[in-house]
Design a protein around this ligand. Structure first.
Ligand code: ADP
Length: 366
C-alpha cells in the first residue's frame, strides 16, 4: 500500500485546508494511506505525534476553514542535511516514501532537494547502523509532488496559486470599506498590500477597486519623477469630481533605481497636494478567513491530481508541480517553475524591467 505524506509549509494561505482534504480523500479513494505531516518540515524532523494517519472523517469541514489545520512552520533544521537525514529516517519508520507539499517556492525547493538527496541519505542511515539494508530496501526513491499555496500568486508556470484569489477578495472588500469613509470625508487613503516580489495582488486589487494609482515591483515608476506623476493623476481625478483618492502600495514597491517606496513617502506626497491622507496597512487580514469558491475548487482539483501524480510517478520523471493554465490542471517540472520564478526577481534586481515583464508572460506559455 502506498503511503503518502501531505504537509503545508511556509506562509499559510486560504485553500490549504481544502488541499489537504482533497489529498487525504483522493488518497484513501485510490487505495493509499495518507499521513498528515504537522507543522511543515518540522513534522518530518520531529516525527512521533507530528505524523498522523488520516481517516476520511479527519478532514471533515476542512473545505470552509481558513488557514491550515495541520499547521505550517518555518523549519531551520530541514535546511541542513543533518535535519533531512532525520526526516528520511522518520519517514521510513512510518513507511512513507511520497510527499505532497503545499507551500511556496522555498518549500518546494526544499522538497526537490530532499528527493535528489534521498538515495545518499538512505545509504547513510544504513552505514551508520540506524537502519538495516532490508529495512530500507523498499524505499529506494522519494516521490515529491508540489502544490503551490501562496497568497501572492508569485509562482511561474501557473495562472493562479492556491490562496491568491481569496486574498484578492479580502483586499477588495477592505478597500471598499475604506472607500466609503474616504468618500464621506473626501480623504485620501494609502493602502498597503502584501506582495514582496510579485505585484499581482496590488495590480489586481487596483483594477478591482478602481484605485487612482498603484505601486508594484515589476513596473517601478521613475525615481525622482513619480511624486509629480502621482500628484498629477490624483489632481486630475479630483478635478473630474472624485471625492476620494485611493493609492495601493505593494509591500515590495520600488522605484526605477530600486529604492523602496514606502506608504509613508506616498502619503507625504498626497499631503503636499493638500489631501487629508491616512495609511491603512492591511497586514494579516489578507491571509485570514475562508477560501473563496475558486480557491476551494482549485485546491480540490489540484489535490486530487497530486495523488494521481504520485501514483503515476517514476524515478525518471522530474518532480511535478501541479498548476493551472488556461483553466486546465497541468503538471509542470517543479524545478523549472521555481527557476523561472527566481529569474523574474533577478531581472528586477538588475533593473531589467522589460525582461521581468517578458519572463512573467513567458511563464504562462505551455
Ligand atoms: P515558502 O515555502 O512560503 O517560500 P520558506 O522559503 O520560508 O517559505 O520555506 C519554508 C520552509 O521550507 C523553510 O523553513 C525550510 O524548512 C524549507 N526550505 C526552504 N528552502 C529550502 C532549501 N533551499 N533547502 C531545504 N529546505 C528549504
Amino acid at each position: 500500500k502506498k503511503k503518502i505524506g501531505v504537509m503545508t509549509s511556509g506562509g499559510d494561505a486560504p485553500g490549504m485546508n481544502p488541499a489537504v482534504r482533497a489529498v487525504v480523500r483522493a488518497g484513501i479513494f485510490l487505495g493509499c494511506d495518507v499521513f498528515a505531516v504537522y507543522e511543515g518540515y518540522e513534522g518530518l524532523v520531529q516525527g512521533g505525534d507530528l505524523l498522523k494517519k488520516m481517516e476520511w472523517g479527519d478532514v471533515r469541514s476542512f473545505l470552509s476553514l481558513g488557514g491550515t489545520n495541520i499547521g505550517t512552520a518555518r523549519c531551520a533544521a530541514f535546511r541542513e542535511r543533518a535535519g533531512r537525514l532525520v526526516a528520511a529516517h522518520n519517514m521510513i519508520l512510518n513507511g512513507i516514501d511520497a510527499l505532497i507539499v503545499c507551500g511556496g517556492d522555498g518549500s518546494l525547493t526544499g522538497a526537490d532537494l530532499f528527493r535528489s538527496e534521498w538515495p545518499s541519505l538512505i545509504e547513510e542511515l544504513v552505514s551508520t547502523g540506524k537502519l538495516t539494508k532490508e529495512e530500507v530496501a523498499p524505499y529506494k526513491h522519494l516521490t515529491i509532488v508540489g502544490l503551490v499555496g501562496s497568497i501572492d500568486n508569485d509562482m511561474s508556470s501557473t495562472d493562479a496559486t492556491i490562496g491568491a484569489y481569496s486574498s484578492l477578495e479580502r483586499i477588495t472588500e477592505m478597500v471598499d470599506y475604506i472607500d466609503a469613509t474616504a468618500t464621506s470625508h473626501s480623504r485620501a487613503f494609502v493602502v498597503e498590500v502584501m506582495g514582496r516580489h510579485c505585484g499581482w495582488l496590488g495590480l489586481m486589487s487596483g483594477i478591482a477597486t478602481g484605485a487612482d494609482f498603484i505601486f508594484i515591483p515589476e513596473r517601478p515608476p521613475k525615481a525622482g519623477e513619480w511624486q509629480q506623476e502621482l500628484k498629477d493623476v490624483c489632481s486630475r481625478h479630483r478635478a473630474k469630481g472624485r471625492r476620494k483618492t485611493t493609492v495601493i502600495v505593494a509591500e515590495g514597491a520600488i522605484d526605477s533605481e530600486l529604492n523602496p517606496i514606502s506608504s509613508e513617502e506616498v502619503k507625504n506626497v498626497l499631503v503636499e497636494l493638500g489631501l487629508d491622507t491616512r495609511i491603512t496597512t492591511l497586514g494579516h487580514v489578507q491571509r485570514g478567513g475562508t477560501a473563496v469558491a475558486y480557491d476551494r475548487m482549485l485546491a480540490t482539483l489540484q489535490g486530487v491530481d497530486a495523488v494521481r501524480a504520485v501514483l503515476e510517478s517514476t524515478p525518471d520523471i522530474p518532480s511535478p508541480m501541479i498548476g493551472v493554465l488556461e483553466n486546465k490542471i497541468v503538471r509542470k517540472p517543479l524545478v523549472e517553475a521555481v527557476k523561472l520564478t527566481k529569474s523574474v526577481a533577478d531581472a528586477i534586481e538588475s533593473k531589467d524591467f522589460d525582461k521581468a515583464m517578458a519572463l512573467r508572460d513567458s511563464s504562462f506559455e505551455e
